[in-house]
Ligand binder design. Structure first.
Ligand SMILES: [Zn+2]
Length: 489
């Protein structure tokens, strides 16, 4: 750590009174009560934002503050990923053409997942969390559904803690194969042994699966909602898809059990009644846009318009890196593109009630504010508001893909990518500076990832090569024959 020239910034520790002034940046606060600034300053004291204003240089006049020149940078709240299965991440892009949820399950949960040791869980979560930070995601909900033993859960949590990312450990049982069935009983131990502190970066959540492929012990039902509430924990359900899930939502609604402490992921092919109940009771939604569309999950049309139509502002999520990319830039752009495509298609077809197209600021709000709400951290972060924690990202607007800066929201949402993430602070601690992650032994971590990947592949007898995908395609999969006599180049 001390070898980096930026050691003075690493020294900023939670609770300390050291001051940092981010000076002369374009500031997108995402808080309607705190004006955005084309050029302005942001002052941090310890782990908190203490002021946002046009000129805060007087706060640094005593010479005790670290001044960071933020000219040419766009300051935003860190991105919030509301659902990712981090444990799989030494297998990133192993099955990039995966074409069905069952094909995904067949490779991950019904095959290689059996062979994970706690160490492999740790490594998967470690590289996932570092990938998040590299992409400006300062808070990630890890939907963990491979706790074959309590030690597997401990390892998932330990990795996030070691990385120092803000996060949610959503603990769900195992989907397939032999395991010790310690879940959901182990939730009590997890809560007392890892999440006792009043002020920590990580929190716990009950995870369940709504779809019909989930076994009775991990399925969404009235008992799971009651269990979560007895423990004082929010609940999140993955696989909220189809008539089976819609019927469950309607049952929970009838039982008076829906509420704002519940988040549903995907929300594909649900009934109008289910959507109505979700909106009435303040249920949160996480949309993994690329997962729905690219993998072909149920109806495969991300539920963005369905959510907006009932007044729900959804959050965004990455879901599975075994198929998909790691960042929210991709999610924002795909969501924006799909929502506008559907809206403009209706306009073109003469539908006078076609929905309003989302704009770039809307989408950034989903990726930050709404994500923070779903992750349960909006009190602490999600906007650049004085008093909140310093979870801050700077986007370089002076790179070859971003200059010159003409519209800050457009630059972040429609142009930027992870290489432009120039500064990442989490709880006031420096995590990325320039192109480099700060404070980690990256060479050692690379080796850990490759060794763990090799172990899992070998233990699972999973043959793979980097030029071809052999597994993760559905039985029904077939490509349409080419009709023009041309072949795929
Ligand atoms: Zn998922």
């Amino acid at each position: 750590m001390n070898s980096t020239p930026y050691g003075h910034l690493i020294a900023i520790k939670p609770g300390s009174k050291s001051r940092t002034l981010l000076s002369g940046g374009t500031i997108l606060t995402m808080d309607p009560a705190v004006p955005d600034l084309p050029v302005g300053d942001l002052l941090i004291e310890g782990n908190r934002i203490v002021a946002v204003g046009t000129d805060l240089s007087s706060a640094a006049r005593d010479g005790a503050a670290v001044i960071v020149d933020a000219a040419g940078k766009i300051l935003i709240p860190g991105f919030q990923d509301t659902h990712r299965h981090c444990w799989q991440n030494q297998l990133r892009r192993l099955i990039p053409d995966c074409d069905d949820n069952s094909a995904y399950l067949a490779v991950t949960h019904e095959w290689v997942g059996f062979h994970y040791r706690p160490h492999d869980i740790y490594v998967g979560n470690l590289i996932a969390a570092l990938g998040c930070i590299d992409a400006g995601i300062t808070c990630c909900l890890d939907f963990f559904h491979n706790p074959r033993t309590p030690e597997h859960s401990d390892a998932a949590i330990a990795a996030f803690r070691d990385v120092g990312i803000r996060g949610v450990h959503a603990s769900c049982g195992v989907l397939a194969g032999e395991w010790d069935h310690s879940w959901p009983g182990d939730l009590t131990r997890l809560q007392s042994s890892h999440f006792g502190g009043a002020d920590q970066l990580l929190s716990l959540r009950v995870g369940v699966i709504a779809a019909d492929f989930a076994g009775p012990d991990i399925t969404l039902n009235e008992d799971k909602v009651r269990l979560a509430r007895q423990m004082g924990l929010p609940l999140i359900s993955d696989g909220v898809v189809g008539a089976h899930s819609a019927a469950k939502i309607e049952r929970l609604g009838a039982a008076g059990l829906l509420g704002p402490d519940i988040t549903f992921i995907h929300c594909l092919d649900l009934s109008d009644q289910a959507w109505k109940l979700m909106a009435e009771h303040g249920v949160n939604v996480s949309i993994p846009t690329t997962s729905d569309a690219q993998i072909g999950i149920w109806e495969s049309v991300p539920a963005i318009q369905k959510a907006l139509d009932v007044g729900i502002r959804p959050s965004l999520s990455v879901d599975v890196e075994v198929v998909l990319g790691p960042d929210l830039f991709t999610q924002m752009r795909t969501l924006l593109n799909i929502q506008r495509m559907m809206a403009f298609n209706r306009r073109y077809r003469g539908d006078i009630n076609f929905p309003a197209p989302l704009g770039v600021k809307d989408v950034l709000e989903l990726a930050t504010v709404q994500g923070a709400k779903v992750n349960g951290v909006l009190e602490k972060t999600g906007t650049l508001t004085p008093g909140k924690r310093a979870d801050i990202v700077a986007i370089n607007a002076n790179d070859w893909n971003t200059l010159p800066l003409n519209n800050a929201f457009g630059t972040v949402v429609s142009a930027a990518d992870s290489r432009n993430v120039d500064l990442v602070l989490i709880d006031g601690v420096l995590k990325k500076w320039g192109t480099e992650l700060v404070g980690y032994d990256l060479r050692k971590i690379r080796r850990l990832v490759e060794d763990s990947r090799d172990y899992v592949m070998s233990a699972a007898k999973f043959e793979h090569n980097v030029l071809e995908q052999k597994h993760g395609l559905s039985k029904r999969h077939s490509r349409a024959p080419t009709t023009q006599g041309s072949s795929h180049g």
